[in-house]
Design a binder for this molecule. Sequence first.
Ligand code: GTR
Length: 422
Amino acid sequence: MMCERNYLLKASVAVSILISIQVATATAQVDNGWHANTITVEKLSKERPGSNYYEEKVPGYTLPDIFTSNDGLKITSEDLWNKLRRPEIIELFLKNVYGRVPETPYQEKFKVGYFDTQALGGTATQKEVEITIDADGESLAIHLTLFTPNDVKKPVPAFLLIDPWLNEKSSPGWKEKDGYWPVKEALRRGYGMAVFNSSDLDPDNFDNFKNGIHGLLDQNPRPDDAWGTLAAWAWGASRCMDYLVNDKDIAPDKVAVAGHSRAGKTALWAGAEDTRFAMVVSNESGAGGAALARRRFGETVAMLNSFFPHWFCSNYNKFSNNEDALPVDMHMLLSLIAPRALYVDCADEDLWGDPHGSYISLYDAVPVYNLLGKNSDIPESMPPLNKQVISGMVGFHIREGYHNLLLADWKWFMDFADKVLK
Ligand code: GTR
């Protein structure tokens, strides 16, 4: 089935103008979900005149069908999904969006340095782990911080946060004020909390892939589908997972990978590639993350490629202002997490990240959960502001306020995790 939602939306708008007020009233009653605030739409449109923030200006589009293979075969069983369609979709993302990891051999080592069984006033155990990647006589270190609650039966479920902001946000002091990485709250609820500095893998700037893990593992010349920075960060999350599955305090089948914004895009790709992650949290991941590219709402593929030329593979440039040619859209990225737990959230004022496009993307990924026997059934219209929707293995909320990762968001993530991980 092709998805031609916007054509339908436009047709229904035209029809509702023509037919009776009674029908229009009935429609309004059904759809009591979130809609962008008009003042915000107008304000952002003035600030960024090159971007569309009006729902009615979203162009018509047809999404690629999740359930039709590249050769036109209908995917009707779990077996066909796992053996044929899922690998095809992964390959399409590798080739066209995030890029693939080179096959350069490397060695990995773990060293627990700082180790404090009486951290945070005796409530937690803190470990600072250095993960070293050696290749061809050179090496790179990834720094992982892990807190686990002390007075709780082990092993515990845990969150791994991908943090590109040099840990300045996630250090315990910082987070208590802001909630970006709420260690105490997570410990209180029985979760371990891990964070790594994704800049260890690749600093967040364009240097033609000379530094970080690219400098260590890339083969020259770099192919057009060579991994970009987000893929390098996602790979780093998997290396942290290599450690976590060997830490006896952590339940290896109960680790959630999470990230905010650019790291939310990364968390989705990490969870798609590495099925050891039992849950993925995409916090306001927007374009190149949960939001559908074909809607061209807020940030577009062209803007991503021009502002952040290092994030994606070089092939992704082919789809700047050419979204309809992309052989995937982001509902297919979300579908790769199935049947594992997936949580997507957005912020009301963050129209740049297209909350509505992120929700539709999740809605369109849900049929894969159903095919895989994880019955999920979220409504077609968005939930109201600050109201969580959870069904089966998927969850969503749209929070009041601006683009950030806050304690309020984490509380919803943990409410969801309580259901799907514990
Ligand atoms: C913005 C970018 C978004 C989002 C955000 C962030 O500048 O346009 O795609 O990733 O940064 O990471 O905070």
